[in-house]
Design a protein around this ligand. Structure first.
Ligand SMILES: Nc1ncnc2c1ncn2[C@@H]1O[C@H](COP(=O)(O)OP(=O)(O)OP(=O)(O)O)[C@@H](O)[C@H]1O
Ligand SMILES: [Mg+2]
Length: 311
């Protein structure tokens, strides 16, 4: 459905990225994960036609849309902020694009389709509310409905949950993930959050230092980062010529990597320690039930090799 070939973008003399190639099948969510400033938003804007690529091709549903104007492209971009029209009700916000956009419908059809969409996002009772009356998560659901009512061939999402608090982000991710799957929406999602990337994607693309470092299923990329850059972005472990998953590391053995305990972390009922390993200039979070002090020097040893990080 979507194929990006050798995409390159320069601003003046500066190359933001080059040689970016990947594809997504119909109904799939491809996710680009990378640090701030690696060009994620720029790439999405280029796919939407809002900025030209310096080089490369964008194919959508078999058609080369590289030089199409933004308004001709059957894609919708969803931003970090919901950006609803404050003077319009929820229903009017959803219906808006059907009046002026690529899919022009009469008033009755507009309202019927918008109401159906409102039902899908489980917000029927908010039809006549104004955006100011909604929570952050509700606003993002309305923004999603407003995008999907246009039946785009491709939905572009630019860190749509980053303005929400942690627990809301978590529940909205799950909701959006199953919504996109049920509706079989092809989407390209960008984030700098690795947990979000692994959870949301069918296909994961790691971008860093102006290039794609690795791509594959979220399972593969998470458990087997191929290089240091990919490991920095996505991995939980250490990279020392090869990737050593955190699940293979033990604190407290007589020898191994010298590390310094930074602080404990409590998750899912377990105690972990964030350990700094100066020789590798990396930090890693390791499970341990022993008590350590902050600043304590420890050794991290590699226990047995575990396939795919599984215990
Ligand atoms: N219109 C522009 N003119 C010049 N430079 C730009 C322009 N837009 C973006 N850049 C530069 O391109 C680089 C990539 O920016 P971009 O916003 O795509 O990063 P990002 O990966 O989305 O980061 P973040 O995670 O912080 O949103 C940055 O260095 C930015 O300064
Ligand atoms: Mg961005």
């Amino acid at each position: 459905m979507l194929e990006i070939k050798k995409a390159e973008k320069q601003f003046g003399e500066r190359t933001v990225f080059s040689g970016v190639s990947f594809s997504a099948e119909a109904g799939e969510t491809a996710c680009i994960v990378g640090p701030s400033g690696c060009g994620k938003t720029t790439l999405l804007r280029a796919v939407a036609g809002l900025v030209p690529l310096s080089d490369g091709t964008v194919l959508l549903d078999g058609e080369d849309i590289t030089s199409w104007k933004a308004e001709q492209r059957p894609v919708v971009l969803l931003f970090q902020e919901a950006l609803l029209f404050p003077q319009l009700t929820v229903l009017e916000n959803i219906a808006y694009g059907l009046k002026y956009g690529r899919r022009k419908l009469g008033r009755r059809a507009r309202l019927a389709e918008s109401r159906a969409m409102l039902q899908k996002i489980e917000m029927e009772q908010w039809e006549n509310a104004y955006p100011v009356e909604l929570s952050g998560g509700q606003k993002q659901r309305v923004a999603l409905a407003r995008a999907l009512v246009l039946k785009p061939k491709l939905l572009l999402l630019d860190e749509p949950f980053s303005s929400l608090d942690a627990s809301l982000r978590q529940s909205l991710r799950t909701w959006v993930r199953s919504f996109l799957r049920e509706e079989e929406v092809t989407s390209l999602f960008v984030t700098h959050d690795k947990e979000e990337a692994v959870m949301m994607s069918d296909r994961l693309i790691v971008m860093k230092d102006g290039a794609v470092q690795q791509q594959g299923t979220p399972e593969t990329v998470y458990h087997q980062p191929e290089n240091r850059a990919a490991a920095d972005v996505i991995g939980d472990g250490l990279y020392d010529e090869r990737f050593i998953p955190a699940s293979s590391l033990t604190i407290g053995a007589a020898d191994g990597y010298s590390g310094i305990i930074e602080h404990p972390q409590f998750m899912h009922g377990y105690r972990f320690y964030r350990v700094n390993v100066p020789s590798l200039k990396q930090t890693v979070v390791v499970l341990s039930d022993t008590l350590y002090e902050e600043g304590e020097a420890v050794k991290l040893s590699v226990t047995e090799e575990k396939e795919n990080g599984a215990l």
